[in-house]
Write a protein that binds this ligand. Structure first.
Ligand code: GDP
Length: 424
């Protein structure tokens, strides 16, 4: 069977969770391969409304096996809380439908502390971190100063490893930030309270995926955030600390040899960006407030109002290239139904030169948007399920985007529910 990746093309919050929930019907396994619990995927289906953070969105489908790969930031404490919340709504989570890579590094409580302390030190120069410890976690991972989930199966060695790490980490906590130290008792408590409880889920996910693939099973790779937050290709330094691109999926899953046949890039029908960083097509004032309200653009994890703007074609085209997307899912088209005229950012003027190319991050602050307008359709499209039944103005808008970003738009989403979808 063929594999696919569902990835974000822009700044994140494009509706990936909603698309994974829809498409898992055709897949046996869903793998999260990067990021942590610092963002949220909102999914609405017959089982209820869910805000998933680290759990793969396939957890809501019976029969789908979900994997947290070695590329994720695995925070045992937050994961257990998320499992509790999802189970409260009647979903059963067992080692049969959730598997955690033994090679996933564990996000420690001190990573969250350091995130908070550093944002405080930066004060008005802060990056808008969600303070979930993601950047300190990935820095430590690259320094090889993390413990792996599989070490939970070796308690004596893990204890010594943690004590060694604490000795090093306490220097930064106390001397740089004048904060509290971690003691042996605190580490013991963390291990007993959280690590012991995730132990049954830990296994060699690479072996599991390889075997599943050989027996004909199909795998979906689910990303967090979007192209513009990719550590290497995004709007540095306002990126996340991992690779959000589909190319990283095999590495972060535990199955580096995995082939990805389809890359479904999720794009919102307008642009949003949460947190700090350049956002060329940003809208302000009443126009922005109205779009934010109509689209319910508030962070799933933090409740922060998202910055909103016209669909940024320049950033989207770049995002499509970064992801090597083979098809697009355009979401939230219904949200634009109130607009008389729909603004689109077709080009940038960067340092006085009109361009379709996404600039080097430093030049983004010297870019202004070229805005063009499309006729609005001014009617409710949220019940439309066939392409021909969309108003002509809506079809024109979708066809313009498709041409401009040079990638077929296969799915058009007109509502948050599983069935509010037009498949072309
Ligand atoms: P993700 O992180 O990419 O999964 O995106 P989020 O869950 O953060 O944000 C997407 C939001 O839009 C969620 O609240 C979804 O329920 C909602 N949503 C997704 N698709 C549509 C759509 O086509 N129309 C509307 N009105 N809402 C949608």
């Amino acid at each position: 069977m063929s594999n696919c990746a569902v990835v974000g093309i822009n700044w994140g919050d494009e509706g990936k969770g909603r698309m994974v929930d829809l498409l898992t019907e055709n897949y046996d396994i869903v793998v999260r391969y990067q990021g942590g619990g610092n963002a949220g995927h909102t999914v609405i289906n017959e089982k209820g409304k869910f805000a998933l953070h680290l759990l793969p969105s396939g957890i809501l489908r019976d029969g789908v096996v979900n994997v947290l790969g070695n590329g994720v930031a695995l925070d045992p404490q937050n994961l257990l809380e998320e499992i509790r919340q999802v189970e409260e709504k009647g979903i059963k989570i067992t080692p049969d439908n959730l598997k955690i890579s033994d090679r996933a590094s564990l996000l420690m409580p001190w990573h969250r502390d350091l995130d908070e302390l550093e944002e405080r030190r930066l004060a008005d120069k802060k990056f808008g971190s969600t303070k979930q410890g993601i950047a300190p976690f990935y820095s430590d991972k690259y320094q090889k100063k993390t413990v792996l989930a599989g070490e939970i199966n070796y308690p004596e060695e893990m204890k010594q490893h943690l004590l060694d790490l604490a000795e090093w980490k306490n220097l930064t906590l106390t001397r740089v930030y004048e904060s509290k130290e971690y003691t042996e008792a605190m580490l013991d408590e963390w291990v007993n309270q959280y690590c012991a409880k995730i132990r049954p889920f830990i296994c060699d996910t690479g072996k599991f995926l390889k075997k599943a693939q050989m027996s004909g099973k199909s795998i979906m790779f689910e990303a967090q955030l979007g192209s513009l937050r990719d550590l290497d290709y995004g709007i540095h330094p306002f990126t996340t600390s991992s690779n959000t691109s589909a190319a990283y999926a095999p590495i972060g899953s535990g199955f580096p040899g995995a082939k990805i046949n389809d890359v479904i890039g999720v794009v919102k029908a307008y642009s949003t960006c949460v947190g700090e960083g350049p956002f060329v097509s940003e809208m302000f004032g009443e126009e922005a407030d109205r779009l934010r309200e109509e689209g319910g653009e508030y962070g799933a994890k933090t409740g922060r109002p998202r910055r909103v703007g016209a669909l940024d074609i320049v950033a989207t085209k770049y995002g499509v290239e970064v992801q090597a997307a083979t098809a697009i899912a355009l979401t939230k088209l219904d949200v634009l139904s109130y607009m008389e005229k729909i603004p689109v950012c077709s080009h940038y003027i960067t340092n006085g030169v009109k361009t379709e190319d996404f600039p080097f991050p430093t030049a983004l602050k010297d870019s202004v948007p070229v805005i063009e307008y499309f006729e609005g359709w001014k009617c409710d499209i949220s019940k439309v399920t066939k392409w021909e039944d969309l108003p002509k103005q809506a079809r024109d808008y979708v066809e313009y985007i498709e041409k401009a970003i040079d990638c077929p738009i296969k799915y058009v989403s007109v509502g948050p529910e599983r069935e509010s979808i037009i498949i072309r």
